[in-house]
Ligand binder design. Sequence first.
Ligand SMILES: *[C@@H]1O[C@H](CO)[C@@H](O)[C@H](O)[C@H]1NC(C)=O
Ligand SMILES: *[C@@H]1O[C@H](CO)[C@@H](O)[C@H](O)[C@H]1NC(C)=O
Ligand SMILES: *[C@@H]1O[C@H](CO)[C@@H](O)[C@H](O)[C@H]1NC(C)=O
Length: 340
Amino acid sequence: MPDYIITGILATLNYIDLKRDTNIRSPSLRPYPNLRQSRNLTFVYRTRADGCGRLWMVDTGLFEIPGAPRQVQAPAIVIYDLATNQQIMRYPLKSSDLINANTPAGLASITVDIVGDCRNAYAYVIDLATFGLIVYSLRENDSWRLSHNYFHPSPTAGNMRISGQYFQWGDGIFSITLTEPGCHGCRIAYFHPLVSIEEFSVSTCVLRNRTASQDSTFFSMFSKVGDRGENSQCTKHDYHAGSRVVFFAEIGRDAVSCWHTGSALTPSNIAILAQDRQRMSYPSDLHVTGDEVWVMVNTLPRFVYSRLDTNEYNFYIYRGNVRDLIAGTVCDSDFQRFLR
Ligand SMILES: *[C@@H]1O[C@H](CO)[C@@H](O)[C@H](O)[C@H]1NC(C)=O
Ligand SMILES: *[C@@H]1O[C@H](CO)[C@@H](O)[C@H](O)[C@H]1NC(C)=O
Ligand SMILES: *[C@@H]1O[C@H](CO)[C@@H](O)[C@H](O)[C@H]1NC(C)=O
């Protein structure tokens, strides 16, 4: 054992090579794109690949060492070309996109919306700390910030008990997922705060319209979709176009659940698909790729409020086939037809 402690983050963004690393239990993480160039990134939360071979992320620019955080560079939207692993773009957010020094730490997820061709893309960046939504237009290379009460946490949903830890959180808007385009090319953006059991929606045509927030009816362009049920606080959710089902990474119930968007969003229309107190404690990310759901789990409350037990498995990656997961549940469209 070394008699010194290294503090810091070696590489904030890492990957596992599914061809080379999957035969190994607990494979080492590989810095992205490599160790030297991973230094370009200070602190990255959840990344997203789009349908155009690009990897999008927010670099918060905040070096988050407990007790000694340091803003190293301006928070920025960063895009990599997945074919060459070269940075395509780094767009520093404008001061008008940020509320105060607490904002960067809350830029925890990004959703990419491609309108027709790859050059016309929008990114929706959530701000869970100072409760806003930052919209970036790739074509205009410009960004703007939106505010709404639905981006705030629900005060009655903040008492948490996860991984054996009791605590209270106040995180706002955390996840946005998009349906396929409907009329006029608009998608429905479903979103929720982390501290909430409610789900909301807004049309992407409202988000993409940089003057919509000046309209006197702007606030009524957002809707409440429904309630997911007790302890259903969740981090990320994602929509699967083929089945029209949304999947949720639930931290309150240590679970992955689903809802068919053709049904009312009520607790009885939510099905728990996987649940485990130990091995699904704090599902921190979830996304749908092709016909698979991928989930990352990291037991965060345990290592934040207690300590990381390195003799146990603390980090998990799960994947499951959409059809297999929802078969026979209320999310199954055959089941939906049967009810009608
Ligand atoms: C690292 O950042 C520099 C300066 O922004 C940029 O020119 C370079 O392409 C980046 N390299 C990679 C691999 O991202
Ligand atoms: C986008 O805007 C930023 C400043 O906000 C600028 O640094 C960058 O060069 C612009 N990129 C392109 C491709 O115009
Ligand atoms: C953008 O929003 C404004 C205000 O609601 C509206 O007048 C305008 O028609 C919208 N533009 C588009 C392209 O939808």
